[in-house]
Design a binder for this molecule. Structure first.
Ligand SMILES: C[S@@+](CC[C@H](N)C(=O)[O-])C[C@H]1O[C@@H](n2cnc3c(N)ncnc32)[C@H](O)[C@@H]1O
Length: 247
């Protein structure tokens, strides 16, 4: 069967829930490092790509050498709304994530719950912090997909480093539910329980009343007078490093 034009393949992949589009070298680097199944990699400049790879990720050479198709600038520019400056894009298979298994994991590491975040860049930055700190995974509620290209870009592809799941509702599980919220007991005194489900609220309104009512604990990050709140992803990083340093 004749292959579809490359523009169609990338366009279709953006709308196919079984696939993800990776934009840029650094998300691709992490995707490869953490075992992504790449279906197609394209570059507008193979020399530039080789230089990036030699400088930042010599470890991925075997996985991508000989697999990258060189394409002209003008075709590359048509593959997405904002072509990445590093000149490389890929289509990968989206990993299957078992939400029940993630929540049942018995290791002490927390799971991050993002309740209806409204910004893909915040979702990605939260995923990045979660991967860096060794969280067990991330669960996202609401209608934004944590695997969309913008979230993969700000998450630098670290969605591939741990389970990142989408859930229609507040997931039910036996983990202690910790609401990270402006009105809670303040760090650093609060000791996070093992296997916590750490819940963070939406950018504008914060956590829902439903979640606050269900929470076993409520914790807040101290701030200077006059400052309303931290950015969502920053608060994920602060709480996770509080947990990590207390390990
Ligand atoms: C931008 S804040 C939302 C602010 C919102 N106006 C509120 O009243 O919660 C987004 C999320 O980041 C977390 N957050 C931000 N600053 C925080 C702080 N100082 N202490 C605890 N959580 C914080 C919370 O989970 C919050 O729901």
């Amino acid at each position: 069967m004749k292959q579809k034009p490359i523009e169609d393949r990338f366009h279709n992949a953006r709308n196919d829930p079984s696939l993800v589009v990776i934009e840029g070298f650094h998300p691709l680097k992490h995707a490869v490092r953490f075992g992504a199944e790449l279906l197609e990699v394209v570059s507008r400049n193979l020399k530039e790509l080789a230089a990036l790879q030699a400088e930042y990720a010599p470890d991925i050479a075997n996985a991508i050498d000989g697999r990258v198709a060189a394409i002209p600038d003008e075709v590359f520019a048509r593959l997405g709304p904002v072509p990445p400056p590093t000149g490389v894009m890929a289509i990968a298979r989206r990993p299957n994530v078992d939400l029940t298994k993630l929540l049942a994991d018995l290791k002490p590491a927390p799971v991050i719950l993002l309740e209806n975040p409204r910004n893909l860049f915040n979702i990605g930055a939260a995923v990045r912090a979660a991967a860096a700190a060794g969280a067990a995974g991330v669960v996202n509620t609401g209608n934004l997909d944590p695997w969309k290209p913008a979230a993969l870009t700000s998450g630098v592809g670290l969605q591939f480093a741990m389970p990142v799941a989408q859930s229609d509702d507040l997931p039910k599980c036996d983990r202690p539910l910790v609401a990270v919220d402006l009105g809670g007991e303040t760090l650093p005194d609060f000791h996070l329980p093992d296997r916590a489900l750490l819940a963070f609220g939406t950018e504008r309104q914060g956590l829902s009343q439903e979640l606050l009512d269900l929470a076993d604990y409520r914790v807040s990050i101290p701030m200077e007078n006059g400052v309303s709140s931290l950015n969502l992803a920053c608060s994920v990083a602060v709480i996770l490093y509080h947990w990590k340093m207390g390990q």
